[in-house]
Write a protein that binds this ligand. Structure first.
Ligand code: SAM
Length: 443
């Protein structure tokens, strides 16, 4: 193990240390899982791959991270400094140095698979990121198919591959046909089939040039498909026009909005029935939130929540009764008691737009205003002017926080447009019939 690896190993939290050593087995070769690992990144069409590099992007606030990193430092590094005689120079092993090291590792490390966990991948961290337009792709070179990969029909599609068809061509089912990276003078032109080197060997990592790259041009890889907040949090940069960007609206904010219209008791009972219907937000119970997509579409769970919060009392009581009857194990005597729209949404029979009554749309507009307030008194136009005057090199932090903010505000604007579109008429009485007629009217 190289010395630098040993040093990092010392500094890594206990959960990462074993993985680190395992990942550096062999002569710089990155080992893929010898037994049944399921690749969560590549889809069934890519199931010959047992190895993948997948940056991990979980929603964690910087604040929470700092607390965790502090705990790691206290647990793993501080005792080494404190124990006499210590050969470690405290100047290099303080909390600030630990933060810096941890940032470097986490912005350059990958979550490989369940078996390997996190690790550093030599050379693979060389490339900068571009969403949905990578030039190089990393994968295993083997035609090895784990039992799990072969059997599992539930693994995700590989959304990270920019040009799936090109890649599929390069990676036809028999990997002996794999075109290896062919880069000469910067152009993917000449043939040098590297796959001969490790054909069938699940331990080799292949870098595949999926697009021709001209000499002198920057070569990009895709770290994953994530929004700007996740990119900024994990890697320290953002992208303008990132189609995977999202905005979060906290459940707490939705409750605040509801409490401004109704009693707290009303809010609590409506959230409770929404949960009994099987809905929840993202995140955990302590910080539940909803996502608004790049196109400005709120996630279904939020639409249903607003709809339930705004149900008239009689419809709410019917729904409550139906759920209680269903919960007691008795057949509901009257299936129509369940609110037809929610029922239809759950069984994917109708578009979620059918829940967008005028009241629900107004609710979204109010939420957009509340969310917008978080950006302070300056308008998005002010932000755009500031961005224009800001250097992405000299004022990196300001630049990326402005891009994040502007992109989020644009999404909120699209949510505003979404909520201002024509909506379904619905008076909760004979909603299914109304849905069939699909009565629409302009606001
Ligand atoms: C895996 S490294 C990529 C190689 C990198 N240039 C380096 O310094 O090692 C990831 C880091 O590169 C930078 N980076 C990658 N893609 C970028 C992009 N599209 N725009 C700005 N910075 C980027 C970020 O600082 C990120 O944390």
């Amino acid at each position: 193990m190289p010395v630098w690896a040993a040093i990092w190993d010392l500094q890594l939290p206990s959960c990462m240390r074993g993985v680190w050593v395992k990942n550096l087995l062999g002569q710089g070769t990155f080992r893929s899982c010898p037994n049944k690992s399921v690749c969560h990144w590549f889809g069934p069409s890519m199931k010959s791959m047992s190895f993948c590099v997948e940056p991990n992007f979980i929603r964690q606030t910087v604040k929470e991270d700092k607390v965790l990193i502090c705990e790691d430092w206290k647990e793993n590094i501080f005792p080494l400094l404190d124990s006499a005689p210590s050969r470690l120079n405290p100047t290099f092993f303080g909390i600030e140095q630990y933060f810096a090291a941890k940032s470097l590792i986490s912005s350059r490390g990958f979550e490989i698979d369940d078996y390997h966990g996190f690790g550093m991948v030599p050379l693979a961290d060389l490339f900068n990121h571009k969403t949905g337009a990578e030039d190089v792709h990393f994968t295993a070179s083997s035609n090895y198919v784990s039992d799990d990969d072969a059997d599992d029909n539930n693994i995700n599609n590989d959304e990270s591959i920019a040009d799936e068809e090109t890649l599929a061509e390069k990676l036809s089912t028999d990997t002996t046909d794999v075109d290896a990276p062919q880069v000469e003078n910067g152009n993917a032109s000449d043939t040098e089939c590297l796959s001969d080197m490790g054909d069938g060997d699940p331990s080799l990592l292949e870098m595949i040039v999926v697009k021709d790259v001209s000499s002198g041009e920057e070569v990009f890889n895709t770290y994953g498909l994530m929004g700007n907040a996740a990119l900024l949090h994990r890697y320290g940069f953002t992208e303008q026009d990132n189609p995977y960007d999202i905005v979060n609206i906290d459940l707490e904010m939705v409750l605040q909005w509801c409490s401004s219209l109704f009693t707290d008791r009303h809010s609590r009972s409506r959230v409770s029935i929404w949960r009994r219907l099987g809905y929840s937000g993202c995140g955990d119970k302590n910080s539940e939130y909803f996502e608004i997509s790049f196109e400005g579409e709120p996630q279904t769970e939020l639409i249903v929540l607003l709809y339930v919060m705004l149900l008239p009392d009689n419809a709410y009581h019917k729904l409550d009764l139906s759920l209680s009857v269903a919960g007691s194990g008795h057949e509901s005597s009257d299936a129509n008691l369940l609110d037809d729209n929610i029922f239809a949404i759950k069984s994917c029979n109708v578009s979620k737009k059918s829940l967008l009554t005028k009241k629900v749309c107004d609710g979204f507009l109010a939420l957009v205003n509340m969310r917008e307030c978080l950006y302070g008194s300056e308008s998005i136009e002010d932000d755009i002017v500031r961005l224009g005057n800001c250097s992405s090199v000299r004022e990196r932090k300001l630049y990326h926080s402005l891009v994040l903010q502007i992109c989020e505000r644009r999404i909120l604007q699209r949510l505003r447009d979404f909520a201002s579109e024509p909506f379904e008429t619905n008076n909760h009485g004979s909603s299914r019939k109304k849905l069939k007629k699909s009565t629409k009217r302009k606001r």
